[in-house]
Design a protein around this ligand. Structure first.
Ligand code: ZN
Length: 134
């Protein structure tokens, strides 16, 4: 059972991310390496433009920041971002469980965290695209 049913909401139509926001994500992922970085994504009119950092980050504990009691039901939050210092830009089983239950669009960044070191997935863990806009 999802925490919240987002399926009938037009905020599911997220098509782009701001270049600044993406850059910030990659920089944060890199500076956090070898620990994971994680945040929530906030969008406006279909464009991801802001990160929300969660309290309670526990370094060295995978996905600790995404414990469900930490996740707000906030209608401007459209999904999650986190890093994979391992370099594998694919969702883990725990990631898929998170994606299914929260939000519509999920970014995974992966080492070495350069311009192309990121991938986007929908709530079912299927790859999807985001345009990068200025
Ligand atoms: Zn992951």
């Amino acid at each position: 059972m999802p925490l919240f049913d987002f399926s009938k909401d037009d905020r599911a139509n997220i098509h782009s991310i701001r270049r600044r926001t993406l850059r910030m994500i990659l920089e944060a992922s890199k500076s956090q390496d070898p620990e994971e970085f994680g945040a929530l994504l906030r969008a406006e009119k279909g464009v991801i433009r802001e990160l929300i950092l969660l309290p309670g980050t526990v370094s060295g504990q995978r996905h600790a920041i995404f414990q469900f009691h930490n996740l707000p039901i906030d209608f401007t939050v459209v999904g999650t971002v986190h890093s994979h210092p391992s370099g594998v830009c694919l969702p883990s089983r725990a990631d898929l469980d998170l994606f299914r239950r929260y939000g519509w669009v999920h970014i995974i960044t992966c080492s070495p965290f350069d311009k192309s070191s990121w991938a986007v997935f929908d709530g079912r863990g299927e790859p999807r695209k985001l345009k990068v806009v200025d």
